[in-house]
Write a protein that binds this ligand. Structure first.
Ligand code: CMX
Length: 435
């Protein structure tokens, strides 16, 4: 049975489960909204359902019930490798079960078959200014691929709403197959004199991405697999996931929805924080004359950032209240593969001093580092020093989560999202009435 057939088998039981739940318990209250939450980014209001992953403030992310260390152990690896193949996390997110090695091979093969970039896309990419931000090139490419949307075509031809997931599945698989090639193309044209590298059909999705970027170190291939696994999914309330979901809820196809989600990921409080973080860390090194600064110098740098009215990039989180397990997984990797790396030493010093300073001198509810505080030091170690590109790496990975959510949304016939907004005056009236 192939992936699509396996997915099809999962739909009906899930549809029935949800219909029964709404029928029997549709009016039960699961959350309330305070005035502070209405003005405060709807933080903590439980009003979205997402089954691919769940984020506990103290424990961190669980993908389909599994923690990161559990999946690093359980997901299939490349021959001789220790890091999980990203194809495996996509399978898990979509199907809800751990894949076998054979399942993962099928995904690799499926994506390999669909990976070629159409000529019109390459022409459009070639016409973009080479100094355009990589994320702008990347997100535009995703949008441009809408030309080949099977979903939009099927919709126009009158497909039944119960079958909408089928063309969505095809578009998602086509898109995921192409993302590493698009990202690598953008990387090479922006930083490597447009000298492009052909894909290697013998490599898995993540290793091929590293290869097309031009980095052949087997360690980087392993890092790429880990990176793509770690950044894939983080529930559906974060900006990139929620945007993809919202746009998709209007029955916009995967290209429109993902491009919108990537544009959200491009913000400095979200996926751009990995770029901001490394730039800030390199600024710290430079400020004190290169090398590893002292603890006092690191403290001074953090305080200068806070005093100038800026956030410390890579620290804090809207949900987490502990060190992000994605940070810990990357730290573990660094301790094994690059313990003496200078930038890693600085990342460690920051980990020692920043939480205390944030607790004392900022309003941050979470003083601990998130995923973005660590990813840059691993990239630069293997030669990917162009930090403008980091949000694109995040985007390639995040696409697996948000697009698996999108296939499910179409399979379950998710409605168009339309929360009710209220005016400030209405809130004041309500407060008066409540007195
Ligand atoms: N440095 C300094 N101040 C911080 C801070 C940080 N790292 N994190 C939060 N704060 C401040 C906020 O700016 C806010 O100040 P105001 O009340 O003056 O606006 C206050 O503390 C309360 O914020 P919060 O409730 O703790 O955090 P939010 O849920 O509003 O925002 C986040 C979460 C991640 C945007 C925020 O912590 C932040 O800006 N961090 C730095 C950017 C970053 O690393 N983003 C990446 C997050 C992971 C990802 O999505 O990729």
């Amino acid at each position: 049975m192939d992936l699509k057939e396996k997915f099809q088998q999962k739909i009906e039981p899930m549809r029935e489960r949800i219909q029964k739940m709404i029928k029997d318990h549709g009016d039960e209250v699961i959350s309330t909204v305070t005035v502070r939450q209405a003005f405060g980014g709807v933080r903590g209001v439980k009003c979205l359902v997402c089954d691919t992953s769940n984020l506990d403030p103290m424990e961190g992310i669980r993908f389909r019930g599994y923690t990161i260390p559990e999946l690093i152990e359980k997901l299939p690896k490349a021959p001789g490798g220790k890091q999980p193949l990203p194809e495996g996390i996509f399978y898990l997110l979509l199907i809800g079960e751990l894949p076998t090695e054979e399942d993962v091979k099928q995904v690799t093969e499926e994506w390999r078959k669909r990976s070629e970039l159409p000529e019109y896309l390459v022409k459009i990419l070639d016409s973009l200014p080479r100094d355009m931000r990589p994320m702008t090139q990347f997100s535009s490419s995703v949008l441009v691929l809408h030309k080949d949307s099977i979903f939009s075509k099927s919709y126009r031809e009158g497909i039944s709403k119960y079958d909408l997931w089928k063309p969505m599945y095809e578009d998602v698989m086509n898109l995921l197959a192409k993302l590493p090639a698009i990202a690598a193309y953008v990387y090479r044209r922006t930083y490597k004199d447009n000298k492009q590298i052909e894909p290697d059909p013998n490599l898995d999705w993540g290793a091929n991405f590293a290869h097309m970027m031009g980095i052949e170190n087997p360690e980087y291939k392993e890092l790429m697999r880990l990176y793509l696994f770690l950044h894939s999914d983080h529930e559906s309330g974060n900006v990139s996931a929620h945007t993809t979901r919202l746009v998709g809820s209007a029955l916009s196809d995967a290209y429109f929805a993902l491009s919108a989600g990537l544009n959200g990921l491009a913000g400095p409080l979200h996926g751009l924080a990995n770029e901001e973080s490394l730039r800030w860390i390199l600024g710290l090194r430079e400020k004190f004359g290169g090398g590893v600064p002292t603890k006092e110098q690191v403290k001074q740098y953090v305080m200068d950032t806070l005093n100038s009215g800026h956030v410390v990039p890579g620290y804090g989180h809207a949900v987490l209240r502990t060190t992000d397990p994605r940070y810990i997984a990357q730290r573990k990797y660094a301790l094994e593969y690059l313990p003496d790396d200078e930038v890693f030493q600085i990342v460690n010093l920051l980990y020692e001093v920043t939480p205390d300073l944030l607790r004392k001198y900022s309003k941050a509810k979470n003083p601990w580092p998130n995923v973005d505080a660590h990813s840059g030091c691993l990239q630069i170690h293997y030669g990917v020093k162009e930090y403008d590109f980091y949000p694109v790496l995040f985007g390639v990975s995040r696409a697996m989560g948000v697009l698996s959510q999108l296939i499910w949304a179409r399979a379950l016939g998710g409605p168009i999202e339309r929360p009710k907004s209220i005016t400030t005056d209405w809130i004041l009236e309500q407060i008066k009435k409540n007195k």
